[in-house]
Design a protein around this ligand. Sequence first.
Ligand code: FES
Ligand SMILES: [Fe+2]
Length: 423
Amino acid sequence: MAHFNKPAAGSWTEHYPELGTGPVDFTDSTDPAFYADELNAIFKKTWLNVGRVERLPRKGSYFTKELTGLNTSLILSRGTDEEIRAFHNVCRHRGNKLVWNDYPGDETEGTCRQFTCKYHAWRYSLEGELTFVQQEGEFFDLEKAEYGLATVRCEVWQGFIFVNLDPDAQPLADYLGTMLKGVEGYPFDEMTEVYSYRAEIGSNWKLFVDAFAEFYHAPILHMKQAVKGEADKLAGYGYEALHYEIDAPHSMISSWGGMAPPKDPSMVKPIERALRSGLFGPWDKPDIEGLDALPPGLNPARHKAWGIDEFEIFPNFSLLCWEPGWYITYHYWPVAVNKHLFEANLYFAPAKNARERLAQELAAVTFKEYALQDANTLEATQTMLESGVVTHFPIMDQEVLIRHLHVHAQKKVKEYRDANAAR
Ligand code: FES
Ligand SMILES: [Fe+2]
């Protein structure tokens, strides 16, 4: 059930009584045993986004995705039948990693007719069938049809490619649910200019989700990003989002921030005025279809000053649609209990001239500055959570998505442990 306005009485959190309102246990971000079970209970059973279809533009396009924390590497490919498939990146002969270039741990991409193993030249079609075996006659009763690549469930939603390591998982559309259905139709496929960042962060993956799942830290932590007068005003007002929603296991926050262009140019820095851009993106909307009539799930409060909607697609995929007509994705890939790989991709409609290009670049570098400030804080948080001195933390109403993430992750791990104990 959608709540499109904050009710007069009660709070966002009270709409979701299963979350409670007590302090939240954060040992889920420091306990190695919890981490190990979380990989099995969540990451190995859940739909995970591994990128966009634009990375597989034609028959024979492929890219690899390292899932380091999950102990595997995947090949994503577009077959001669145009179908997108996912395979474990392992040769069926003696287990060599099938697709890689100079360094086995580095991701790669390209176009090919077939995949050839570097070790003894076994070959596989784009559809994963074993097509060639070196000195085949010397093997014993080898049926090539039985030695295709190990497949991984793969489905596409709005151009986002998802995989699931659990062959029995429910279909992706069922997993994504009603709230995300409301985003369908947004012109993601028109926004093909990509700016990418990736960083290894010394914190549990959930802590970075937490840092993006509330915005009221912005006037404090990111105070120096704004011009002085504005920073003082923002910190003084306090922050209220327009809307929060949980459609378990997913959630969203909608925020104001109609700064493009700002009412008073002195509210922003000279470079933002010169390039007509800033944190909220280029001030001038791209000329593409689909931005005037937004899908019903965006700007659910229908607020005039709407700036951004952020969807937390459980467990590790954030999707942010910005009012000026562009989007960001974040991925948080667990590597260890206190380490994760963070990826951010900013997607714009292709720039038509140098001015538009510079506006995009300013948005990209401004974003990086904010993200670095967030990441620094997380590493400081992780070290002190690991002291174990304090384990439970009070979570306020506008941190409801954070409460939901931790409570839900703990619930999934508990269900997994209970099922194993019952076996
Ligand atoms: S391990 Fe791949 S061909 Fe031998
Ligand atoms: Fe932040």
